[in-house]
Design a protein around this ligand. Sequence first.
Ligand code: 5BU
Length: 474
Amino acid sequence: MDYNKQLENLALNLFKIDAVKFGEFTTKSGIKTPVYFDLRVIVSYPVVMELISHLLFEFLLKTSEYDYFCGVPYTALPIATLLSVEAKKSMLMRRKEAKSYGTKKVIEGHYKLNQKCIIVEDVVTSGSSVLETVKDLRNEGLIVEEAVIILDREQGGKQNLEANNVSMRSLFTMSKLIEILVNNNCITEQVGKEVKSYLNNIHAPAVVPSVNRVNIPFEKRIELSTNSIAKQLFNIMATKKTNLCLSVDLTSSTKIIDLLEKVGEHICLVKTHIDIIEDFSDNFIMQLKQLGTKFNFLILEDRKFADIGNTVSLQYSKGIYKISEWADCVTAHSLSGEGILKALNTCTNTGSKGVFFLAEMSSEGNLITHEYTEATVRMAAKYPDLITGFVCQKKETFSNPGLIQLTPGVQLDSLKDDFGQVYNTPEKVVLENGADVVVVGRGIVASKNPEAQAAIYKDTLWKCYMKRVSGKLE
Ligand code: 5BU
């Protein structure tokens, strides 16, 4: 039987067993509704349970790669169990309340860090129940990026989940279910119309993205990273106790090397704009790498690639600079599409590489919109081995604790420069805005005593970070 026929069969069964009802009800999110879906009853109907899990497996899960299922308690638990048996994949169980004795575990079952868990849920209205389960699983170091659902009420839940980096697929949308029930004379056209107009008018409130990553210490986030440069950077930060990135925006290679000799001990990352250097040479690169080894810092070339993939691959590996040969990581825009990431991914011929993907900018009047930022984060999720983190300004921008938030536009005092750069203080970017690595350029480079100034930035930023992870925020 084809998918649509089987779906119709399921819809009629659900109607027959009173799992879908029409009248006046209030949902868990407090929304009044003329239609109510109550799947708790399915435990009394094994044939319906089997049909649901079979459809979920056949049509939504066959092509996915994952290690575990976790049902959102309680209604989806039997479905998750059946799926687990059908797919021969283990299941995890989330407790609604942690045990007050013994292990105090929230997630039951055996699992390993960085393995993928798929969420199973019956109905999504706002997505908040799914997100509670996602949060607990992510806190345990599991990767949660997908949810399979029986019914999407089409009231904003899908968007709320996407804002939290969870993509959702469902067997039915509410409109589809209603259409089937009207076509089969289970409900009148009038009731169908009422439900449709209700769906168009009532939306679930937006759910604030979970921001737990900012409370997890760098050393714990090493294990959560899937990019080797992110792992190295977290490691350097944790051992050197610095999250300062120096932007060496100087045009003389000797001056850069002299400066790094002085401040190398205070930084975890050096950020270059290689094309502003007037006396570039291979010798400069050699010295830069030697300093990186001597002081244990990585090199980020802030190239901001933005062209089509083929051009980017040439810009990355050819020309005078041959960036791919020496930069541990680079910055790239998402503007021209996924081709950029594909190109950078295939050029990783010389060991481990990373990309800081540009999701937001610090400059006044930049044209990046909220939608652009969200699409950038979604695009990055397809390249877990390549992406080191995001260049961004807000903690809400992404939630994956394995990725690094790199934030430029920081100075101790001045508010702006003459060309639209907007500065925030170290306190603001680390404590409020979620910055992991903080980029400082002229705040250090243009000061009278860069060495002393770098030490001040390092100490101030690290104190803010320590305060953040200790959870002692006002
Ligand atoms: P400053 O001297 O601290 O203003 O230098 C900031 C550096 O970060 C500079 O090299 C910029 O090119 C870079 N930057 C930025 O300032 N803002 C952004 O949004 C991005 C990069 Br992306």
